[in-house]
Write a protein of this length. Structure first.
Length: 146
């Protein structure tokens, strides 16, 4: 009887050792990495399906003056004219860059983003998948490699 107990406890000890060895091995890093990418991708995809993006006419406010969004092209036009008149002018290049920055800023500021109503279950699922995927990715990317 005692012989069977000793053999049983030895088998349990061997099994525990194998489990600990598997836990200590980092062979599953590629699996965790791809699982993280999939979870993050699905979570962000589901989130993007719940977001409504629209744009509207935008005006710049400078004190009491409202400038329409079309007027932000004026510095770009002036900069291009000045550049072709004097190609060595650094101020013309700065005005061109500022004109492009103003145009991009106006486009971005005219965008309105709305989160459409969704069920709490779906919201928790979306955020949970994105968070779990991010956690797995960060775990595999920033793991201490000994």
């Amino acid at each position: 009887m005692e012989n069977k107990n000793e053999n049983g406890s030895e088998e349990v000890k061997k099994y525990r050792d194998k489990v600990n060895e598997i836990k200590e091995r980092k062979d599953n890093d590629p699996l965790m990495f791809f699982l993280g990418i999939i979870l993050l991708g699905v979570g962000l995809f589901m989130l993007s399906k719940r977001v409504l993006v629209s744009s509207s006419w935008y005006t710049w406010r400078m004190g009491n003056i409202n400038l329409s969004s079309g007027l932000v092209t004026v510095p770009l036009i002036i900069g291009i004219i000045w550049y072709f008149f004097n190609t060595k002018s650094i101020i013309a290049k700065i005005i061109i860059v500022l004109g492009i920055v103003f145009i991009v800023a106006t486009i971005i500021m005219s965008i309105r983003i709305y989160f459409i109503p969704t069920l709490l279950y779906e919201y928790i699922l979306i955020i949970g998948m994105a968070a779990a995927g991010s956690g797995l990715l960060l775990r595999t990317l920033f793991r201490n490699k000994k």
